[in-house]
Design a protein around this ligand. Structure first.
Ligand code: HGY
Ligand code: MN
Ligand code: MN
Length: 414
């Protein structure tokens, strides 16, 4: 019996496209999607996702960390297979990053119909993976994995609102997150479907790819203090120009990462007083380092302080640097990878390429709880964190088909 009638592949893909277009409107105004955690946009999104979960015959609950959970019960005492991703986006991001994984998870359960699985399944919509609003992220998966540092609830957003206060106002319970830690023996694994956010699958002309490992990441906050001065009167050799120091640091970070074959980005930079006729007195910037191997990442992280000291001396400024975030690289589980690869062959009639993930994901944190695996969906032009981000209905339909094939492989009447 065809697991998924061929028209359903298109149907699932088309439904996914429609659902993602609808939920993309749960956003702050402006280009693309801007849906940060624990605000009205997040609330509106959970309303919509709850509808998807209901249509997949799941009971819907929300946990203390603000994660929306759609559960399809399994036999008494059976473990639970977790499928999920994040509901939040970057500012002016795309309509697929994160949320597509939640939509496709629900559609795969829908496609399975009432076929009995030997385990329970939970589809998870995590609140905050991007870490855009607060200088931390992944509180949902970290709570489930028992690795959440309760200190993060004191961190504040640009408006001075603490993560704890925002979560409470959203109906969550910061203190209650400590009790969310799962017993690993009760979890069969965690699967995340995600847009590739890179060019590899498009270049290979493949709709789906199986992820081998997820890069590690660390972030540093840098404050450069110079001296404001009149742009017309202070001689060049007498300046303490914070922006000059920053420009040396940006170039130094770029060259260090390029030479080591890893990735580093100065993504945020605030300048003060930021006026046309005053020498910049202060720069606040962030440095983010990513690598598939942790030693390469930590070696570059350790090299930043000496680099800052050298630049501070050369530009007569002060530079302070503080590491604010780190998560290790995570390998995907070999057994789950094989299962996904077989399911992709069943669904598409062709093998799926294997590839590492330069982006990090909720799966990065879930790896501390259980075996993880990810299925990538082709990304048009490799463009992501950008309103132009796009995955086709056909490719999303193939992903639903593959996930449903993966699940149905466990059904007794497979
Ligand atoms: O930054 C990342 O890799 C993810 O999109 N948050
Ligand atoms: Mn992202
Ligand atoms: Mn993502």
């Amino acid at each position: 019996m065809d697991l998924i009638r061929k028209d359903q592949v298109h149907e699932s893909g088309a439904v996914a496209q429609e659902r993602l277009e609808t939920i993309a409107k749960a956003s702050e105004p402006g280009p693309g999607v801007s849906r940060l955690p624990f605000g009205p946009e997040h609330e509106a999104a959970l309303e919509i996702i709850a509808g998807w979960m209901n249509q997949a015959d799941c009971t819907v609950t929300r946990d203390a960390a603000g994660t929306l959970i759609g559960r399809r019960a399994g036999p008494a005492g059976a473990p639970t297979l977790l499928i999920g991703s994040h509901q939040d986006s970057v500012r002016h991001g795309g309509a697929f990053d994160g949320i597509m994984g939640v939509a496709l998870g629900c559609l795969a359960l829908e496609a399975l119909g009432d076929r009995a699985l030997p385990f329970a399944v939970e589809v998870l919509a995590f609140a905050d993976e991007e870490g855009v609003r607060f200088p931390t992220a992944l509180i949902g998966p970290r709570a489930l994995a028992g690795t959440l540092d309760q200190g993060v609830f004191a961190m504040v957003d640009k408006a001075g609102v603490s993560l704890g206060a925002a979560l409470k106002a959203f109906g969550g319970d910061p203190e209650g997150t400590a009790a969310l830690a799962c017993d690993p023996a009760t979890i069969a694994g965690y699967l995340e479907l995600h847009i590739e956010q890179g060019p590899v699958l498009e270049a290979a002309d493949k709709p789906l790819g199986v992820v081998t490992a997820i890069s590690g990441i660390e972030r540093h906050r840098v404050t450069i203090t110079g001296e404001a001065g009149h742009a017309g009167t202070v001689l060049m050799e007498m300046r303490h120009d914070a922006l000059l120091a920053a420009s040396d640091l940006v170039r130094g970070v770029h060259d260090m990462a390029r030479d080591q074959g890893i990735r580093a980005t100065v993504g945020q930079l605030d300048i003060s007083p930021n006026v046309v006729n005053a020498i910049p007195a202060r720069i606040d910037l962030t440095i983010e380092i990513r690598a598939a191997e942790d030693p390469a990442r930590t070696a570059m992280g350790a090299a930043l302080s000496p680099l800052c000291a050298q630049i501070a001396e050369a530009t007569a400024t002060q530079i302070e640097i503080e590491k604010t975030y780190a998560q290790p690289a995570q390998a995907c589980d070999a057994g789950l990878r094989e299962g996904l690869a077989a399911a992709v062959r069943t669904a598409t009639g062709a093998p799926a390429p294997e590839l590492p993930s330069g982006a990090t994901h909720d799966a990065s944190a879930m790896a501390d709880l259980c075996p993880i695996a990810m299925l990538f969906v082709r990304c048009k032009g490799g463009i992501s964190h950008n309103p132009a981000e796009y995955a086709s209905a056909g490719d999303m339909g193939a992903a639903v088909d593959a996930l449903a094939a993966f699940l149905s492989g466990f059904c007794s009447n497979a």
